[in-house]
Design a protein around this ligand. Structure first.
Ligand SMILES: Nc1ncnc2c1ncn2[C@@H]1O[C@H](COP(=O)(O)OP(=O)(O)OP(=O)(O)O)[C@@H](O)[C@H]1O
Length: 218
């Protein structure tokens, strides 16, 4: 089943064409690694996937429905996006972890929170920490945990291990691989060629705003 279907999609910003004529289909259960030179359009591609930006040409559908016709709150619950530079708000880690529960009008599931922290080999002592005192790598993992609390259908990752050491990179990869094994669709931008091939079933290469290749590797 095709989850996301790009059909001759363009994205222009003013006069500048950032992505051109993308036709690609992302299937349920895919683990797509997205690679390509700096500035080639990878992040812009992920922003289209979760409708942070709209195509300026062509059509993009999610479950067969034009993405721009799907209510933003519905889409946010189904498609999670973790940025390279995580955006944390409020004062404490807890403000961020509680947020997905607040917007769903439900109380925090402490067992779920604890299980997720533990899967990243972190303790819930982090919840009381001031976000100003977190390292870049800690922020990346807190943002990941926040996006995983309600198990999104699609997880979009933009270089989320860039600030992590080897050990924590391996832990994050393990968590993501296990979520994928349980059925989550994953699209992951990485500059590390080995990382791109370790778990992916498809490698999508974007170069100069175009899809260069889509290689099935498993
Ligand atoms: N909103 C925007 N307005 C104008 N130009 C933009 C906008 N967003 C991205 N660009 C430009 O589009 C091109 C692609 O950017 P993008 O961030 O998608 O590349 P990338 O492949 O993710 O790069 P990197 O690997 O360095 O993160 C770049 O030239 C960038 O400057």
């Amino acid at each position: 089943m095709s989850l996301l279907e790009f059909n001759h999609v363009f994205f222009k910003n003013g006069d500048k064409t950032i992505l051109r004529d993308l036709s690609v289909s992302i299937d349920a259960g895919d683990f797509v690694s997205i690679v390509g030179p700096s500035g080639s359009g990878k992040s812009t591609f992920l922003k289209l996937c979760c409708h942070l930006i709209s195509p300026t040409g062509g059509t993009l559908t999610f479950h067969g429905q034009a993405i721009e016709t799907i209510e933003a709150t519905t889409l946010r619950k189904k498609i999670a996006y973790c940025f390279q530079t995580p955006y944390l708000f409020g004062e404490r880690v807890l403000d961020n972890i509680a947020f997905p529960y607040v917007i769903r009008n439900t109380s925090v599931d402490h067992a779920r929170v604890e299980a997720l922290f533990s899967s990243f080999q972190m303790t819930t002592e982090y919840l009381q920490k001031d976000i100003k005192n977190l390292s870049g790598g800690e922020k990346q993992r807190i943002a990941l945990i926040r996006s995983l609390l309600f198990t999104p259908e699609i997880l979009l990752l933009d270089e989320v291990t860039s600030a992590l050491d080897v050990t924590n990179t391996a832990i994050v990869e393990q968590v993501i691989a296990s979520l994928h094994d349980k059925g989550m669709t994953v699209l992951w931008i990485t500059h590390n060629p080995e990382q791109s091939r370790r778990h992916a079933n498809k490698v999508l290469t974007i170069d100069n705003g175009e899809i260069r290749t889509l290689e099935a590797i498993r």
